[in-house]
Ligand binder design. Structure first.
Ligand code: 2P0
Length: 330
């Protein structure tokens, strides 16, 4: 009862920030993302009757405490569905820094869900996999799919209508690029889960966020289908700034930006003023993702490369869906 899956990270163009149900992980608003090629998590799961407890090894380090508990809770969902009681050994590797705002939980729970379901011989369709991944981490619901993806917030109490669906296939927009910058490999101070809860409870800006997000979803959805880069980029950049203004006005304030984060934002604005179209978006961390088209990739990369403190630029195309693979870690 062993299986391995690989899932890509995703970056939201319209963000998920805030839950209406903490237990089932149901969001306050819908979100749209693009799946990233090359930034992935690979996870092997084996259910084994000889194991006395679940074992979780992440990037070569055995996890205890909260991380193992979260994993165990997620495996329980699979064990319940499959009617099995066995514990599992799980080994997982990210090819990018964990918990630095590069959505490791999205690719992590998507890969875990696909691998665990297969190892338990569950035949789940993509909707069921997205719901399962969502219950591990909200953004993971989107990493089940490739291409451009929308996670419907849903309205039902049981969460059965809150899952992600593909808006457009990876091949739909071949020249769309996401340049992921890495300015700090440090673990962030405020995890998304705690941060978004505080925001919903205390930010006076949160009401404005909810009032405008539907319009952002419409614009980004339409922009993707028409391949209107300006519409997608402008809306995504403003949506990220709106989310960060709710974070900044949370009590206590959540400031994810580092000096380099702001330098990159300025560089993107300058590039635009000079006629090179590009836009930024930022998640719950200091990393900036710069959106551009292939024709401008070299010029944007060169400008970002001049910023000291910027450790790495990872260029990504639109990536594919989560899938099982045949090589296992053990
Ligand atoms: C997103 N983020 O849409 C937003 C933008 C961060 C900022 O989804 O509590 O790790 O596990 O559901 O999915 C990060 O939050 O939070 C996130 P949980 P998750 O990508």
């Amino acid at each position: 009862m062993k299986a391995t899956a690989r899932a890509n990270a995703n970056i939201a163009l319209v963000k998920y920030w805030g839950k209406r149900d903490d237990e089932l992980i149901l969001p306050m608003n819908g979100s749209i993302s693009v799946t990233l090629s090359g930034l992935n998590t690979v996870t092997t799961v084996e259910f084994n009757e000889k194991l006395r407890n679940d074992v979780f090894v992440l990037n070569g380090v055995e996890q205890k405490g909260d991380e193992r508990k979260k994993l165990g809770n997620h495996l329980d969902l699979v064990r319940e569905k499959a009617k099995i009681k066995w514990n599992a050994r799980v080994e997982s590797k990210n090819n990018f820094p964990t918990a630095a705002g590069l959505a490791s939980s999205a690719s992590g729970f998507a890969a875990l869900s696909v691998a665990a379901a297969k190892a338990a011989h569950l035949e789940l369709n993509e909707k069921e996999l997205s719901i399962l991944a969502r219950m591990g981490s909200g953004s993971a619901s989107r990493s089940i799919h490739g291409g451009f993806v929308e996670w419907q917030k849903g309205t039902k109490k049981d969460g059965s209508d809150s899952y992600a669906e593909q808006i457009a296939k990876p091949g739909h927009w071949e020249n769309f690029r996401i340049l992921t910058t890495i300015v700090s490999g440090k673990e962030k101070k405020v995890k998304s889960r705690a941060g978004m809860k505080q925001t919903v409870q205390t930010s006076p800006m949160y009401k404005g966020w909810l009032e405008t997000v539907e319009n952002d979803l419409e614009n980004v959805r339409a922009g993707i289908l028409k391949k209107n880069f300006s519409l997608v980029g402008e809306t995504a950049e403003m949506n990220a700034l709106k989310m960060h203004s709710t974070m900044l006005t949370t009590r206590p304030a959540i400031i994810y930006w580092e000096p380099e984060t702001i330098e990159i934002m300025h560089a993107v604005q300058e590039l635009r003023e000079e006629g090179t179209e590009c836009y930024f978006t930022i998640d719950a961390g200091p990393q900036v993702k710069v959106l551009c088209l292939q024709k401008n990739e070299a010029i944007v990369t060169a400008r970002l490369g001049e910023i000291t403190g910027l450790q790495k630029i990872v260029p990504c195309k639109v990536g594919g869906k989560a899938e099982t693979i045949s090589e296992h870690f053990f």
